[in-house]
Design a protein around this ligand. Structure first.
Ligand SMILES: *[C@@H]1O[C@H](CO)[C@@H](O)[C@H](O)[C@H]1NC(C)=O
Ligand SMILES: *[C@@H]1O[C@H](CO)[C@@H](O)[C@H](O)[C@H]1NC(C)=O
Ligand SMILES: *[C@@H]1O[C@H](CO)[C@@H](O)[C@H](O)[C@H]1NC(C)=O
Ligand SMILES: *[C@@H]1O[C@H](CO)[C@@H](O)[C@H](O)[C@H]1NC(C)=O
Ligand SMILES: *[C@@H]1O[C@H](CO)[C@@H](O)[C@H](O)[C@H]1NC(C)=O
Ligand SMILES: *[C@@H]1O[C@H](CO)[C@@H](O)[C@H](O)[C@H]1NC(C)=O
Ligand SMILES: *[C@@H]1O[C@H](CO)[C@@H](O)[C@H](O)[C@H]1NC(C)=O
Ligand SMILES: *[C@@H]1O[C@H](CO)[C@@H](O)[C@H](O)[C@H]1NC(C)=O
Ligand SMILES: *[C@@H]1O[C@H](CO)[C@@H](O)[C@H](O)[C@H]1NC(C)=O
Ligand SMILES: *[C@@H]1O[C@H](CO)[C@@H](O)[C@H](O)[C@H]1NC(C)=O
Ligand SMILES: *[C@@H]1O[C@H](CO)[C@@H](O)[C@H](O)[C@H]1NC(C)=O
Length: 559
């Protein structure tokens, strides 16, 4: 009897727990696969003796560079001018100098070069190729858990330290795994149940020393009960109440790829209805052709003024697929509720996601139909897993312009006065704890029914600026490093730091911060603000990304 029983018991236990896997050798855990997270993984993996892992929600790592389908990166292009003297600073030109760039990012863009002859960026290339030929080779030695989302976070008894992160990884042997729209599939990502689409493994990361919040949606912030702000801020700069605005912020976009055919071709009619409340597509001040070449990623044409048959372009157009009617995130209270009942699904407004998908599809059909006669009905939406990454053609992940933002150590928020000023100032506020540089203007894609406080405008003269360690901290969770759009920054600062190269540089600095913290057995990220630490961290960071600006041959600051 006994002998018979043991295997049965064993089998039962096995069947219940077989899909839970404990992983206790990821000392630095990068949760999420944004452009910033990619930067962090790449610097951390170059530093010996720290076991680093990255959790990527899709099967393409890189966020806005890849899964969000925007391999047409935005660089600073603005100049600022002092009215009293007419002194002008060409911020775009300064940002473009090689000695001010992140060398790895520059290298990555050079691999494929500018195959699209687009006009938004010096380098536009095909998303799938960017992932397979640029990103995959550079991250080959990073331990990545693909198709993995986080589900819950556990802290130690002090409530200030993350010790465990639980995640769900999906596997499938279906040949077209991305045939459902995100709004249809998202709940499956976060469910531990096997479905006809995915089998699931529950991953439990234990023995974690430091965590990098590298998600697109600020999920670690919520799940670790860390203070954050979302959306508009009602008060200029220093509002650290953690309230923000639950329904108004930046609009978001589902990008997609189109190709131009030789002659008009039929497409199946739009399978999706209009978004709730309808759509109002517009070329705005541009022409059909200018939008075509705006983020074009492949062409045989000689320049950005010419269109050629077989051109491939990314559609990411404010008057087209920017979804402006509903906010991407649930309110903070609904978000907390989802966490507290252990039903975490990102804290997202699924209705907004669904409508944004419908808007994007509708825009494609509108754009195709409203072309100048010569091009009418000649564009097709690329619906292919190998090219767009999904068979419906919309990006795997929505292109977000903001996320949930940390409230930093001692209520720190990086504010607009530290990045703007007179042209004659040459550069932004030099933080003692600066870890990287960035440049871009304030870029707000407003939402439809929202009124923006009068100070929320785009006319701030943005200088070449610096990003401090404190922007990578959280006031409640000691071993959390926040990067990219989840940094401790105001709405306005986010609107000027949210672009690809800045996010990548922040990540590169954060990878150093994380490995340094692990190797020196620090208790908190803020401990690194002590002079003996920050100076050493800055010295290591400089090997990866500039911490000073070089302007007219002089370094600011010169250290
Ligand atoms: C847990 O982490 C510590 C320090 O980060 C490390 O020394 C130890 O080997 C880890 N334990 C396991 C089981 O991996
Ligand atoms: C600045 O430029 C404007 C236009 O060129 C000119 O009218 C003005 O006198 C200049 N101001 C100064 C201080 O040079
Ligand atoms: C899930 O796993 C089972 C058993 O290995 C397999 O038969 C099935 O095809 C898998 N499902 C998917 C969607 O991959
Ligand atoms: C899916 O995987 C299972 C094993 O997990 C295998 O038995 C089955 O044949 C696979 N199906 C396809 C279509 O590859
Ligand atoms: C989250 O933090 C707040 C304080 O910021 C506290 O009142 C609340 O009890 C915490 N909730 C959980 C679930 O830890
Ligand atoms: C803006 O940030 C600087 C540097 O951290 C700080 O000194 C200043 O008080 C902040 N301004 C406001 C209005 O919070
Ligand atoms: C549609 O968009 C155009 C151009 O942006 C604008 O002029 C018009 O007022 C909008 N119409 C509606 C109904 O929103
Ligand atoms: C990109 O364009 C070139 C011609 O310039 C062409 O040879 C190549 O096939 C195109 N690639 C794709 C994926 O469309
Ligand atoms: C484009 O296609 C639509 C739908 O098939 C058709 O109604 C329309 O007449 C076509 N336009 C041109 C200029 O071919
Ligand atoms: C968000 O901003 C809108 C105005 O744009 C306002 O009507 C609404 O009350 C604000 N909500 C919160 C929670 O502050
Ligand atoms: C850089 O030097 C040039 C030539 O000396 C000068 O015209 C320009 O104003 C300088 N720019 C800055 C930002 O100092």
């Amino acid at each position: 009897m006994l002998f018979a029983l043991i295997p049965i018991l064993f089998m039962r236990i096995h069947s219940i727990y077989s899909n839970i896997r404990t992983i206790d050798d990821c000392q630095l855990l990068i949760v999420g696969g944004t452009t910033s997270a990619l930067g962090a993984a790449l610097s951390a993996s170059k530093i010996l003796n720290t076991r680093t892992c990255l959790l990527e929600p899709t099967d393409w790592v890189g966020g806005q560079l890849t899964a969000e389908l925007l391999s047409a990166p935005d660089f600073a292009y603005h100049t600022i001018k002092d009215k009293d003297t007419n002194f002008t600073l060409d911020v775009g030109a300064i940002d473009g100098q090689l000695d001010n760039q992140n060398l790895l990012f520059a290298h990555m863009l050079n691999v494929l070069g500018d195959t699209g002859r687009c006009w938004v960026s010096p380098k536009c290339s095909i998303p799938q190729l960017f992932h397979s030929q640029v990103v995959l080779p550079v991250i080959s030695n990073v331990r990545i858990f693909y198709n993995t989302v986080i589900k819950r976070v556990a802290k130690d008894v002090t409530g200030r330290r993350i010790i465990q992160v639980d995640a769900i990884q999906r596997t499938t042997n279906l040949t077209s795994p991305h045939c459902r729209f995100l709004s249809e599939e998202l709940s499956d990502w976060y469910s531990s149940d096997d479905t006809t689409w995915f089998n699931k493994t529950q991953l439990s990361f234990r023995n974690v020393s430091f965590v990098i919040e590298g998600t697109s949606w600020g999920e670690v912030l919520v799940l670790s009960n860390a203070s954050y702000i979302q959306g508009l801020m009602e008060q200029f700069d220093g509002d650290t109440s953690g309230v923000g605005n639950s329904t108004c912020g930046q609009s978001f976009t589902f990008d997609f790829l189109e190709q131009l055919r030789e002659t008009p071709v039929d497409e199946l009619p739009n399978p999706l209805p209009e978004p709730t409340g309808g759509a109002n597509y517009s070329f705005e001040s541009l022409t059909w052709e200018r939008i075509w070449t705006y983020r074009r990623v492949n062409t045989s044409a000689p320049d950005s003024n010419t269109i050629a048959v077989h051109d491939l372009t990314i559609q990411n157009w404010a008057g087209g697929n920017d979804y402006r009617n509903q906010y991407f995130f649930l309110s903070p209270s609904d978000t907390r509720h989802q966490r507290d009942i252990d039903q975490w699904q990102g804290g997202l407004n699924l209705d907004a996601i669904k409508n944004a998908e419908r808007l994007a599809y509708g825009y494609h059909y509108w754009y195709r139909k409203n072309a100048p006669t010569q091009w009418t009905n000649r564009t097709v939406l690329i619906r292919s897993v190998s090219a767009a990454g999904t068979c419906h053609g919309l990006a795997k992940m929505p292109y977000l312009r903001e996320s949930r933002r940390s409230i930093g150590y001692q209520n720190f928020l990086m504010n607009i006065t530290t990045i703007s000023g007179h042209a004659r100032d040459l550069h932004g506020y030099i933080f003692d704890d600066r870890l990287c540089v960035g440049a871009y203007n304030v870029d707000i894609h407003s939402m439809g029914q929202c009124t923006y406080p009068s100070y929320m405008h785009e006319n701030y003269p943005i200088l070449p600026y610096y990003i401090p360690l404190r922007a990578m901290t959280n006031r409640d969770v000691d071993n959390l490093i926040v990067i990219g759009k989840t940094m401790a920054q105001t709405f306005l600062v986010n609107s000027a730091t949210r672009l690809h190269p800045v996010e990548f540089s922040i990540g590169q600095a954060a990878g150093v911060v994380g490995t340094y913290a692990v190797q020196n057995s620090l208790q908190s990220v803020a401990e690194m603000l002590e002079e003996q630490h920050i100076k050493r961290v800055q010295t290591i960071v400089k090997q990866f990304t500039p911490t000073s600006w070089t302007i007219n041959g002089t370094r600011y600051p010169d250290d």
